[in-house]
Ligand binder design. Structure first.
Ligand SMILES: NC(=O)c1ccc[n+]([C@@H]2O[C@H](COP(=O)([O-])OP(=O)(O)OC[C@H]3O[C@@H](n4cnc5c(N)ncnc54)[C@H](OP(=O)(O)O)[C@@H]3O)[C@@H](O)[C@H]2O)c1
Length: 234
């Protein structure tokens, strides 16, 4: 029986590349993000590659919308996997950032994945199979000045994912965290400064890692993967 995979952040960057890469999945890819138009473009890309996709716009900072997303995905095929790629960042020293900016970064990168995992988990648990893949960052274990909210959110996300792995293994549900270094996406268009795009990973590198983790041995789990440009962080 085919099963669905929810992909957050599917409208752009890494999430979009993951959607294309998983076009071979035997089931529906449920693509989510806020921009319906960009999700429709991602869906068309999946279909061009022979896959099946459905679009469900959702703001991850709204828990009710997250509940609707999971319910919708279950109407396509029962949910097997959730790839959490949506993310947001701000830049600035602690004293220069508003509380609103700071908490928004936590809402998108940490609370959103929590709501989504919490909603999807009971359904996956009854079927005794499933896989959560978190697109974390090297900021999940390393610190960068000027990035306190993002670093705090990604450190928190690592801890959340590890705890979830221990709790969910009794239901045979796997949890993978992927920690990419800088990756060439629109993310960097939103940051001030001139960044060396050639010193970044490509989105397809990260998508290949997600595919590997999902299709790794039936009894094994890829717990964590760190991905970097061979020249290291800049
Ligand atoms: N690029 C890098 O260098 C890099 C490195 C390490 C880790 N990462 C991580 O990789 C993930 C993807 O980043 P990216 O580089 O692909 O960035 P991106 O191209 O800017 O994509 C960000 C995605 O997040 C979605 N999103 C943002 N706020 C949202 C919200 N409130 N609700 C639902 N979706 C929301 C956006 O969709 P909408 O705008 O349509 O809502 C978009 O699809 C992030 O978690 C990021 O932390 C990135």
């Amino acid at each position: 029986m085919s099963s669905s995979i929810i992909i957050t952040g599917a409208s752009s960057g890494i999430g979009r590349a993951v959607s294309k890469r998983l076009a071979h999945w035997d089931g529906c890819l449920v693509l989510t993000g806020r921009s319906r138009q960009r999700l429709e473009e991602a869906k068309a890309q999946v279909e061009e590659h022979g896959g099946r996709a459905a679009v469900f716009p959702c703001d991850l900072t709204e828990p009710a919308s997250v509940d609707d997303l999971v319910a919708y995905a279950e109407t396509q095929d029962s949910v097997y996997g959730v790839i959490m790629s949506a993310g947001a960042g701000t830049y600035g020293k602690v004293e220069d950032q508003s509380a609103g900016e700071w908490s928004h970064v936590l809402e998108v990168n940490l609370l959103g994945p929590y709501h989504l995992a919490r909603t999807a988990l009971p359904r996956m648990a009854t079927r005794e199979k499933g896989h959560f893949v978190f697109i974390n960052s090297v900021a999940g274990f390393k610190t960068f000045p000027g990035n306190s909210a993002y670093v705090a959110a990604k450190h928190g996300l690592r801890g959340f994912a590890e705890t979830l792995r221990l709790e969910a293994r009794e239901y045979r549900i796997k949890v993978t965290s992927i920690f990419p270094g800088a990756t060439n996406t629109e993310w960097w268009d939103k940051q001030e400064g001139d960044f060396p795009r050639k010193r970044m990973l490509d989105v397809d590198d990260v998508a290949a890692a997600v595919d590997f983790a999902l299709n790794f041995s039936k009894k094994g789990v890829v717990e964590e993967l760190v991905l970097r440009h061979r020249a290291g962080d800049f």
